[in-house]
Design a protein around this ligand. Structure first.
Ligand SMILES: Cc1cc2nc3c(=O)[nH]c(=O)nc-3n(C[C@H](O)[C@H](O)[C@H](O)COP(=O)(O)O)c2cc1C
Length: 209
């Protein structure tokens, strides 16, 4: 499938086939394809919780507007945006620093510059922390959806859930914000998709001030 086909094929699927699994191999391929997503300073401030267990999915559904797809989809991902992913001492931040040294894209003496750059961009307000985490993780989530489509699977993103209740129920640490849940699976057989929804045209998207 080329990108035009993937882009046209991806739809939010409301009803999943409960008899069709998403294998571990498929899921890891989706996640690793999506891992190619670009991010600020390559900090990759995203993580995923993978829910397959019916009881866990039932618990999530009760906090997510009772949307049936949360239990019907074989896999539901809790997408996590790490507000602390730019901080010195964070494991990904430090790994990224070591990788940059290894590849020669940064030199030891640039450490202070790098620390100041990330701090000045992402630490001037709580909104800046959140924006850093949410924008990068949003790109990652989109890649997950396109990657799943490219492998013949279907997805459904959801932000219809009680954020704080989900955080509490799944013991999600404070540094994470949850931008969305993502159901992954196969469409229930025998259903017909509604026509694709309207989209803004070029002239409605481009503005000037
Ligand atoms: C971040 C995000 C959150 C969404 N939350 C929900 C949701 O909780 N429940 C739902 O039924 N659809 C949800 N949607 C799906 C949108 O309604 C859907 O993407 C949009 O109507 C366009 O349809 P399409 O994805 O089939 O092209 C969400 C989409 C996104 C991107």
């Amino acid at each position: 499938m080329n990108f035009q086909e993937i882009s046209n094929k991806r739809r939010s699927i409301n009803f999943f086939d409960t008899d069709k699994d998403v294998t571990e191999a498929q899921l890891s391929q989706i996640v690793e394809l999506a891992a190619n997503t670009p991010s600020s300073f390559n900090l990759q401030p995203w993580n995923l919780m993978v829910l397959r267990n019916p009881e866990e999915k039932e618990k999530l559904k009760s906090l997510a507007w009772d949307q049936p797809k949360v239990v019907e989809a074989p896999v539901v991902l809790i997408v996590l945006a790490d507000k602390a992913g730019w901080q010195e001492g964070h494991s990904t931040f430090e790994k990224n620093w070591q990788e940059m040294l290894k590849s020669g894209s940064m030199k030891l003496e640039q450490r202070e510059w790098f620390l100041n750059a990330t701090k000045s961009l992402y630490d001037w307000s709580p909104e800046a922390n959140l924006a850093f985490a949410a924008k990068n993780t949003g790109f990652f989530a989109m890649s997950l959806m396109y990657a799943a489509t490219s492998l013949g699977l279907e997805t459904h993103p959801m932000d219809g859930f009680d954020h704080e209740a989900v955080r509490k129920a799944f013991k999600i640490p404070d540094n994470y914000w949850v931008p969305l849940l993502l159901a992954v699976g196969t469409m229930k057989p025998g259903l017909k998709l509604h026509p694709a929804k309207w989209r803004k045209k070029y002239n409605e998207i481009v503005v000037s001030f």
